[in-house]
Design a binder for this molecule. Structure first.
Ligand code: ZN
Length: 246
């Protein structure tokens, strides 16, 4: 089975459209690690694409906040403003569907799909120490997660936990063979708001027959997504950061 793994789409339709175009024909099933909405100006188009194309979707913290399930006090002012904007722009049908998304981890074909950490969907796994704790909670040796918007993830090899470093801006995709002796927390990166210094949209492909994970990037029309954010009344910084990948 060939999987397309998406995370942190954040209502960026131009980015998702580019990924869908580039990945077309290269996967059998699409999965999503959460945060479909929040920050971007196209929550309905993104939710409708995921509804139609992803067979497994777990919720992210922004999916909760943008559908009234989370206390916005925990959000910074920009994220809070975007969540309130999204609450007023999601159609009732798309809001109901997003509100009903399950909490991860979810098991699929020998691996797990989750948003933040296996023990707390809102927890950030950014460093090897945090990943070391997260590995203790995994039920499988392979899991896909998001939340940090940083493509890569972590490998557990019995002795220690190592960060998977993706070279940004270079030739894509970067392939990594899964060693059955190790355990993996794989972050496909963020489709709609990358924060690893590469403004291109990030995603991953996983072939469960050849045991290869491919880290991919797609260029997209950043200026069009930025214009929509500025025209919509969302905080302008959400547009600015897209061209930085920060
Ligand atoms: Zn996110």
């Amino acid at each position: 089975m060939r999987y397309l793994i998406l995370s942190d789409l954040h209502a960026n339709w131009e980015a998702l459209e580019a990924v869908a175009r580039d990945a077309a024909g290269r996967y059998d099933r699409a999965l999503c690690c959460g945060d479909l909405v929040g920050y971007g100006a196209d929550p309905n188009a993104v939710v409708e694409w995921v509804r139609a194309n992803c067979s497994i979707v777990v919720r992210g913290n922004h999916d909760k906040a943008c559908t009234g399930q989370d206390d916005l006090e925990w959000f910074n002012p920009v994220a809070r403003a975007a969540a309130i904007w999204t609450q007023t722009h999601l159609t009732p049908e798309n809001a109901d569907w997003t509100r009903a998304l399950p909490q991860g981890p979810i098991v699929e074909g020998g691996f797990q799909v989750l948003h933040g950490s296996p023990f707390d969907e809102d927890e950030y796994v950014l460093a090897p120490e945090e990943a070391g704790q997260a590995f203790e909670y995994l039920e499988y040796r392979l899991a896909f997660f998001g939340h940090t918007h940083v493509q890569g993830g972590f490998i557990w090899n019995h002795a220690r936990v190592e960060t998977i470093l993706c070279a940004h801006g270079g030739g894509d995709p970067q392939d990594m063979e899964i060693d059955p002796e190790c355990a993996y927390l794989i972050n496909p990166g963020s489709v709609g708001q990358p924060r690893d210094g590469d403004p291109r949209s990030a995603y991953a492909l996983y072939d469960s027959d050849s045991h290869v994970v491919s880290y991919c990037r797609s260029s997209y029309d950043v200026s069009r997504a930025q214009k929509k954010i500025r025209d919509s009344g969302l905080p302008p910084i959400l547009a600015d950061r897209l061209s930085l990948g920060r």
